[in-house]
Design a binder for this molecule. Structure first.
Ligand SMILES: [Zn+2]
Length: 455
């Protein structure tokens, strides 16, 4: 007998020992029966890009609170970035420390990114041995002196080493020369100066350079948080020419614009920054056209005192880990409208569809992350897969209030927004970890490493 059966509108799902054991109409009963009628069942959301800051900065977030927020947003697996924790994950010893800390505190499964910084290329092999998902590099200052940016030679040689190890390199693509030069000239103390100091061209230049170096190195490249439609197009052009590149964007670029930074202040400060409506429409166009591979939160929280006060000094990072699925369902599935001027200039591309199907959302948040980062046991609902399932009422509207947030600090630019798409229950390897607004996990999350034998 199965441990659990989910009763859905058309099919039931049976779970045994944390795996999906059967899918079909009217499966036999089980010890635990879950009523999923009227709900859409997604594979558990996989967030490939976030910062839980553990060990070392748990006053900023921590994996216990961070993974609880992820679970409340439908997530069952995350990949933690190598920086904002202390030490940064740039060698095996730091990896071991982080893995142990997260095994003790995370309620969802997790993977770890290693860092690529000047001087640590000799440590990439030991990080690969430990099971990193890939290596993260910054092309501009990271905001943390202990995680310096990769110069072009470091990036190129790191890409070659990553290729040898069979792992991708993820890049934060903004030009140091452009952002630094503009910051020196105009400052970044006001919202407008900050936005102007990090223009789209800084992203485009860095994407072009990274894709060139990756192609020459024969490496897999992952471009994190692409903020503009033009950035997506540039990366897609490189892909068409043979670069093995995947493209990630974040919900905040799809939901907020630069006007929202003016309105909300530091809580909406991030890098690359939020963009104009025109750039946002172009990003939506690429998302709807299928050019973007995945959507990740880039949840990067900080204590309230670092997100208030003077804008120029505030931490750049948006704490939105709980809202990814709701943004995609509300803005993509229910109602996507491009602004008219842009729509007219797009021609036949729009025939690809004006909205995101639930199947496309599944691909963006689960199937494609699992495929790209080679986690074959996750990312789909099929017999033999981990029973990671997210039950969503796609038509229920919820206004996000501070008390809904499971993260450490109830700071998020989404507070006060009403979104259709409410996560009702999150199941991780057969165990309900979130239901009816409460975290109910009994067992901890597990470390997940890429299976380098899968293609
Ligand atoms: Zn990030």
């Amino acid at each position: 007998m199965a441990d659990t059966v989910l009763r859905g509108d058309t099919l039931d799902i049976a779970i045994e020992d944390g795996k999906i054991a059967g899918i079909g109409p009217e499966l036999p009963g089980a010890a635990e029966e879950i009523d999923a009628h009227g709900l859409h069942i997604f594979p558990g959301l996989i967030d490939v890009h976030l910062h839980f800051n553990e060990p070392g900065r748990t006053d900023w977030e921590g994996a216990a609170t961070g993974s609880s927020a992820l679970a409340a947003g439908g997530g069952t697996l995350f990949f933690d970035m190598p920086l904002n924790s202390t030490p940064c994950t740039v060698d095996a010893a730091a990896f071991d420390q982080k893995r142990a800390a997260l095994e003790a505190s995370s309620i969802t499964d997790f993977g770890l990114w290693g860092g690529l910084i000047p001087g640590n290329i000799p440590q990439m092999a030991e990080l690969a041995d430990r099971g990193v998902a890939g290596f993260k590099a910054f092309l501009c200052d990271s905001g943390l002196p202990e995680f310096p940016r990769a110069d072009d030679l470091t990036l190129f040689e790191g890409l070659r080493e990553a290729a040898r190890l069979g792992l991708p390199v993820a890049v934060h693509a903004e030009s140091q020369e452009i952002t630094e030069g503009l910051t020196r000239r105009i400052g970044n103390g006001s919202v407008r100066d900050f936005l102007n100091s990090r223009p789209v061209i800084a992203e485009l230049e860095a994407i072009q350079r990274a894709t060139l170096l990756a192609r020459e190195a024969g490496a897999k490249l992952h471009i994190v948080h692409v903020s503009s439609g033009r950035g997506v197009v540039l990366a897609a052009e490189a892909r068409a020419q043979g670069t093995d590149v995947s493209i990630e964007t974040c919900p905040h670029y799809l939901f907020f614009t630069e006007d929202d930074v003016e309105r909300l202040g530091a809580v909406a400060k991030c890098a690359p920054p939020l963009r104009s409506t025109v750039d946002q429409d172009a990003l939506w166009t690429q998302l709807l056209a299928g050019t973007v591979d995945m959507v990740a939160s880039d949840h990067s929280p900080a204590p309230p005192e670092m997100k208030t006060g003077e804008f120029g000094r505030a931490w750049g990072g948006i704490a939105g880990v709980q809202s990814t699925l709701a943004v995609l369902i509300d803005r993509g599935y229910h109602c996507h409208k491009l602004s008219l001027g842009h729509k007219l200039s797009l021609g036949h591309k729009l025939s690809l569809g004006h909205k995101l199907s639930l199947e496309r959302i599944t691909s963006l948040i689960a199937s494609e992350p699992a495929r790209r980062f080679r986690i074959p046991s996750k990312g789909a609902i099929a017999v033999g897969m981990d029973a990671d399932l997210t039950l969503v009422d796609v038509s229920r509207s919820v206004e996000l209030r501070p008390e809904h947030l499971k993260q450490r600090h109830a700071l998020s630019p989404y507070i006060g927004s009403t979104l259709r798409g409410c996560v009702v229950r999150t199941i991780r390897r057969g165990e309900t970890i979130f239901v009816s607004g409460e975290i109910v996990a009994r067992t901890p999350g597990r470390f997940v490493r890429p299976d380098l034998c899968t293609v």
